[in-house]
Write a protein that binds this ligand. Structure first.
Ligand SMILES: NC(=O)c1ccc[n+]([C@@H]2O[C@H](COP(=O)([O-])OP(=O)(O)OC[C@H]3O[C@@H](n4cnc5c(N)ncnc54)[C@H](OP(=O)(O)O)[C@@H]3O)[C@@H](O)[C@H]2O)c1
Length: 241
């Protein structure tokens, strides 16, 4: 199968690429991003399956980029501005990257993909779909991410089976060595205070890939689902730590 990983240069994207290159039934991995990725060199990784595709403008896909996306079976969509980077740009820019790019992505890929085309959209636990319920924390951001979730799911519903969509809603994604001692303590305090659930990076990556390859279990995967599915897949594949 052919898998597109959009946002392949990011924290989650790099792990998805690493795992996808080891996955036997994935025969082609398209790493889609605005810049080229560093190809992983771990043992057991088949880099011959990897094609790095640089997209200069996620609102206007060039014919050369589209050509590389033809016939894909699934896409894992990870392009976004995370809360940590929210204050680095105006909100309109954040919305363009998180919402407009996602909608343009599914609209561009679906007509040229295999059918059914699975679109796995990674959002966040606090994204709110009900536009009348503005959360106290990061209200506009949460509503905008929730609206994006709804647009993705609606697109699939209106596609008469051509597109199958899934929204993953992780809490804090963590990985060994990702934070120093102080950051680790701050994250634990944050999780405890705001009740933020956690999922390990290898668990979420395994879940996303499994949903893309074997089918979508349900249209919304909560943090607990990402932990449950991911740990089972890692155990079955002998990769659990
Ligand atoms: N990390 C967490 O703890 C966490 C928790 C919950 C949910 N999530 C969600 O998981 C998803 C992936 O998160 P992540 O941690 O992997 O984020 P990340 O490391 O910041 O990666 C984001 C990706 O989006 C791309 N991107 C950002 N701005 C772009 C632009 N203007 N044009 C094109 N590409 C652009 C980045 O490309 P560049 O590398 O070129 O900037 C990168 O590939 C996001 O939806 C995030 O909200 C993450």
């Amino acid at each position: 199968m052919k898998l597109i990983v959009a946002g392949s240069t990011g924290f989650v994207g790099k792990e998805v690429i690493r795992q996808a290159l080891r996955y036997p039934t994935i025969t082609s991995v398209v790493a889609l991003a605005r810049r080229t990725i560093t190809v992983p060199e771990d043992a057991g990784i088949d880099t011959s399956k990897l094609k790095c595709v640089v997209c200069d403008d996620f609102e206007n896909y060039s014919e050369d980029v589209k050509k590389e996306l033809v016939g894909a079976d699934a896409c894992i969509w990870l392009v976004a501005i995370t809360p940590a980077k929210l204050n680095t740009m105006p909100f309109a820019e954040v919305e363009k990257i998180c919402l407009d790019y996602t909608v343009k992505g599914i609209e561009t890929m679906s007509p040229i993909a295999s059918k059914p085309f699975r679109f796995i959209y990674v959002s966040g636990v606090n994204a709110e779909r009900d536009q009348n319920k503005k959360p106290f924390l990061m209200g506009n951001y949460s509503l905008m991410r929730g609206k994006t979730e709804s647009l993705v799911l609606e697109y699939a519903k209106e596609s008469s089976g051509a597109v199958e969509a899934c929204v993953a809603k992780p809490g804090l994604i963590d990985a060994p060595g990702h934070s120093n001692f102080v950051q680790g303590i701050m994250k634990s305090v944050l999780c405890a205070v705001v009740g933020l659930p956690r999922v390990e990076l290898n668990q979420i990556a395994s879940t996303l890939i499994q949903q893309a390859v074997t089918g979508i279990e349900k249209e919304t995967l909560l943090n607990e689902d990402l932990v449950r599915i991911g740990s089972k897949v890692l155990e079955e594949r002998g990769l659990s730590s």
